[in-house]
Ligand binder design. Structure first.
Ligand code: NAD
Length: 414
């Protein structure tokens, strides 16, 4: 059997959504493809004096709502199909979040773990120079993704500034604060998730003050999600990382767990907690489950054993389509990744807005604006959920595609 690429999956999801919303076939056809995919070959002088040519991509799917937006990943497994699919998903994520940006994504086939700081800097600068004709604050705004962060964004920005003889902080987001980053960016995804959780709990009649929460993954998304859920009054009863999980029905103080993890490099061994596996964590008796680690964690094998009433996808793609069906039949609400973890891209949008204004907001202003944005995004998805009687994932897709299609129609594209 031929394995489906991420691009095949992105198109299948669009096909399913098109059927539900009775999308006109011509518009449907247009949305299957990116507007443009640029492939670049980047010769880099390695530290040993030899030239190595790296391959990179930038895919721009749809900019009906605004400039393309999406991260750049450095990974040996990057493929053109993956970058195309990720740019499609970015279109839907920006749209469902209600931000005036389109979908883009970039990647370089490389293994940054085997490269020196100098080699990485040369590669980053040359990649950005190679794609500089199609990026810009009003065209396409890259950001960090797998194996990239503030350091790479600073190099991208500097290269763009040099090529264009000026200062254009809005050309990338995820920058360090000192050169135009936004306050609140680091914790934005977890913070946004907690606002979505609050709204979903209201609809399901879950009392936050009495809610038990289990979180899989204790990295950026998982640890901040746990922290903000605790701040809202929930009891965080289980946490995990790649080395295993910890459980305490009385609840954890997330800050203390964080200190333990920083000191010991793992959660296992945390005093007073029962050690559990990542599989056990997913099947625990709890009200809210937050998968915030990897894809394909909730599958046809364990979906039936899940006891949570509400699942919030902090990670990208933690639930398989088969599991979705089982959970929908069981009456478990799964709030999909494109909505739940859109807090990150939303604060990236805020960063871009601040860069364009050259006026920077205080932390409280960022949080307040994020709350409004995530709450509106949840409510719009919930409205589609009740209108079309589909699961929340399809509702989010329908909502996202409708907005993009309306913008395309108004601009006379279809
Ligand atoms: P991270 O690397 O900071 O953290 C990942 C965590 O998962 C770590 O604690 C790691 O130990 C744990 N983990 C790894 N394998 C595991 C396993 N088998 N079982 C349980 N835990 C395991 O990554 P992150 O930035 O928190 O991203 C997590 C997910 O959220 C990814 O799917 C990512 O694409 C998605 N996401 C992240 C952001 C963001 O702003 N960071 C935004 C949107 C989506």
């Amino acid at each position: 059997m031929v394995e489906r690429t991420p691009y095949d999956m992105a198109v299948e999801q669009l096909d399913k959504c098109a059927k539900i919303m009775k999308l006109d076939p011509n518009t449907h056809e247009m949305l299957k493809y990116p507007k443009r995919v640029l492939s670049v070959f980047i010769p880099i002088k390695m530290d040993n004096g030899k030239i190595k040519v790296f391959k990179g991509f930038r895919s721009q799917h749809n900019d009906a709502l605004g400039p393309f937006k999406g991260g750049v990943r450095y990974h040996p497994g990057v493929t053109i199909e993956e970058v195309m699919a990720l740019s499609i998903w970015m279109t839907w994520k920006c749209s469902v979040a209600g931000i005036p940006l389109g979908g883009g994504k970039g990647g370089i086939i490389c293994n940054p773990k085997e490269m020196s700081a100098g080699e990485l800097e040369r590669l980053s600068r040359e990649y950005f120079a190679a794609i500089s004709g199609i990026v810009g604050p009003e065209k396409d705004v890259p950001a960090p993704d797998v194996n990239t962060g503030g350091k790479e964004m600073a190099w991208f920005l500097d290269e763009f500034n040099k090529l264009n003889r000026g200062n254009f902080p809005g050309v990338v987001t995820g920058k360090p604060l000192e050169i135009g980053g936004s306050k609140g960016r680091a914790e934005a995804t977890g913070r946004g998730l907690s606002f979505v959780a609050r709204e979903a709990a209201k609809k399901l009649g879950i009392d936050f003050k009495k809610a038990d929460v289990a979180v899989q993954g204790f990295g950026n998304v998982g640890s901040y999600s746990a922290k903000f859920m605790e701040e809202f009054g929930c009891k965080v009863i289980a946490l995990s990382d790649s080395k295993g999980g910890i459980y305490n029905p009385k609840g954890f103080h997330v800050d203390d767990v964080e200190k333990y993890k920083a000191k010991n490099g793992q959660l296992a061994g945390y005093p007073g907690a029962k050690e559990i596996s990542n599989e056990d964590l997913l099947e625990l008796k709890c009200d809210i489950l937050i998968p915030a680690a990897l894809e394909n964690q909730i599958t046809a094998k364990n979906a039936d054993k899940i006891k949570a009433k509400l699942i919030l996808e902090g990670a990208n793609g933690p639930t398989t389509p088969e599991a979705d069906e089982i959970l929908f039949k069981k009456g478990v609400m799964v709030v999909p990744d494109i909505l739940t973890n859109a807090g990150g891209v939303s604060v990236s949008y805020f960063e871009w807005v601040q860069n364009l204004q050259n006026y920077y907001w205080c932390y409280e202003e960022v949080v307040q604006k994020l709350d409004r944005l995530m709450t509106d995004a949840f409510n719009a998805t919930y409205a589609a959920y009740t209108k079309y009687k589909v699961d929340m994932r399809m509702a989010a897709y329908v909502c996202a595609v409708e907005r993009v299609v309306n913008a395309m129609r108004l601009k006379g594209w279809c």
